[in-house]
Design a protein. Sequence first.
Length: 170
Amino acid sequence: MKSIFLIGFMGAGKTTVGKFLAEKLRFTLIDTDSSIEIEQGKAISEIFKVDGELAFRDLEVQQLEKLKNSENSVISTGGGIILRSENCKILKETFSVYLKADFENIFKRIEEDNTRPLLLTDDPYNTAKDLFESRQDIYESFKYHISTDFKNPSEISDEIISLYKVHAQK
Ligand code: S3P
């Protein structure tokens, strides 16, 4: 069966929902950030620091290219994967679901976490808010959206499975 790609902003729940979803469907869980870290032998924060964001975005393109025809997998992507138009093209040709959440809820989840290099600024709240707003139109351009606010990962996974079944019939 076709793989399921989860997209959305940092802290939207892609990794947590991915785990539930993969378990329910007995699919393999793949996380693009983790795959990049394993292949490069260094943490995402290190890649940003040493090689720069552009190099990281190139690695995301390569990773998605490798995964685009995968099967029976749930693929949790990094929040910025949609910044490259070639990635959006691939993601729109596959089954991708945008996990949508309110910014204040998102920020509560990401504010204590210092593993996200883009948020290591003097004003993480406004940095995250600006990034969130600048990416909205791209996320919104995807066909399938699921709001994650006030839902648990199991409920969100069930909603994704319903969408997946409808999509598979088309
Ligand atoms: C990023 C999101 C991160 C990671 C990197 C850049 C982004 O992934 O890929 O820090 O640009 O939004 P998560 O969405 O899993 O936090």
